[in-house]
Ligand binder design. Structure first.
Ligand code: ADP
Length: 370
């Protein structure tokens, strides 16, 4: 268990700047998820931490110790990859114990550790099987077990679930979180799947183009995305973006009008983000006027497509200016394709971004103290 600190970490491959001056602290005992689109540098970051690659610039510290010159095998790090290569001729028991035996641990110690790990991962009944006799999910659990059996100071997971089918993936996400709670080891999990990142991470670091866009607890990133990229990347169904105008007292966009201002920036064009879940369907404009959150004006939307999500549905609509808008509402009593509905959006759930830089702009509502 240790803190991992990256400072000014930079790595290029030929023409590609894979990691661009990254500063990041992974706290002692934390489960941090690095998420971002394919090619953004996630695996490179992990490989640098593991010592499998050398940085061009910058440092990595484990606790107080700079590990820049420490070879991978002495870093006390265990890594699990997407393609877990188990030894096919060995039983699960021998696969789990192999690293410990190579390290010269006593037989009794190996037996005890293998039993502990098998119990933690629910592999007890599979110990005598060979990898070919296991399902994909079971094989991946053995790969995880083989990594944790050594009790590393830092545990690195590089897309370990992406080869599994959706149902197994869900189950293993929960298992990994449970395992982390039990082990309390510093864990860094890499994925391109934002749902997985939100579900697993105590904190999530969103990467793009070799840089970290934002780090924080998942709900903080969801509720207060630092920029348009993070806002659009996290959340399912995705956020709607609209061009809008701030005119001193309100933010307006084709039929929308919210009593919002952006102090500290001059009036002008902005980009507005509204999550599908931020819409509230109202029976009639009259009901809206009576409701507490009726700080925005209601608008009429034409429903084009209805997509069931389960207990909720996603309505693909056209807004007053013909703009496409995703709107989420409870499945019970949901409108049908071809219906017109009246909806409103609470101004507190409206995100405003600088259209040039994509940065989040802080907003205040009428009546709020600045
Ligand atoms: P991710 O894990 O987010 O998909 P990677 O860290 O694997 O991204 O890659 C980051 C960038 O560096 C990509 O543009 C990739 O093509 C490039 N890259 C990674 N490894 C190598 C390599 N060994 N040689 C050349 N380019 C590489």
């Amino acid at each position: 268990m240790t803190t991992v600190t990256l400072s000014g970490l930079t790595k290029s491959y030929a023409q590609t700047l894979a990691i661009d001056a990254v500063d990041l602290e992974i706290r002692e005992g934390e489960l941090l998820v690095i998420v971002g689109p394919s090619g953004c540098g996630k695996s490179t970051a992990l490989r640098l931490i593991a010592g499998l690659e050398k940085p061009d610039r910058g440092q990595i510290h484990f606790g107080e110790r700079c590990v820049d010159t420490v070879p991978a095998r002495h870093r006390d790090v265990a890594m699990v990859f997407q393609d877990y290569a188990l030894y096919p001729h060995m039983s699960v028991r021998d696969n789990l114990g192999f690293g410990l035996r190579m390290r010269g641990e006593r037989r009794e110690q190996v037996r005890r550790r293998v039993a502990e790990v098998a119990e933690a991962l629910g592999l007890d009944s599979l110990l005598d099987r060979k990898p070919a006799e296991l399902s994909g999910g079971e094989q991946q659990r053995v790969a995880v077990g083989r990594a944790i059996v050594r009790q590393p100071a830092v545990f690195l997971l590089d897309e370990p679930l992406s080869n599994l089918d959706a149902q197994l993936r869900e189950g293993l996400r929960v298992e990994l979180v449970r395992l982390h709670r039990r082990l309390q080891t510093t864990m860094i999990h890499v994925t391109h799947d934002q749902t997985e990142a939100m579900m697993m991470g105590q904190r999530v670091a969103v990467m793009r183009g070799g840089r970290i866009e934002q780090v924080g607890p998942p709900l903080e990133l969801f509720q207060r995305p630092a920029n348009r990229f993070v806002a659009g990347f996290l959340g399912t169904p995705p956020m709607n973006f609209l061009s809008a105008q701030i005119d001193g007292e309100a933010c307006q966009s084709d039929g929308f009008r919210w009593p919002l201002r952006t102090p500290g920036t001059s009036d002008g064009p902005v980009e507005v983000g509204v999550r599908p879940s931020a819409f509230r369907l109202v029976a009639s404009p009259k009901e809206s006027a009576a409701s507490e959150s009726a700080a925005s004006e209601t608008l009429r939307l034409d429903v084009e497509v209805v997509q069931p999500l389960g207990a909720r549905v996603l309505l693909q609509c056209r807004g007053p200016g013909g703009q496409p808008l995703g709107v989420e509402c409870p499945a019970a009593g949901a409108p049908a394709a071809g219906d017109t509905l009246t909806a409103e959006v609470d101004p507190r759930q409206v995100h405003v971004f600088d259209p040039a830089t994509g940065r989040r702009l802080e907003t205040v509502r009428d009546g709020d103290e600045i």
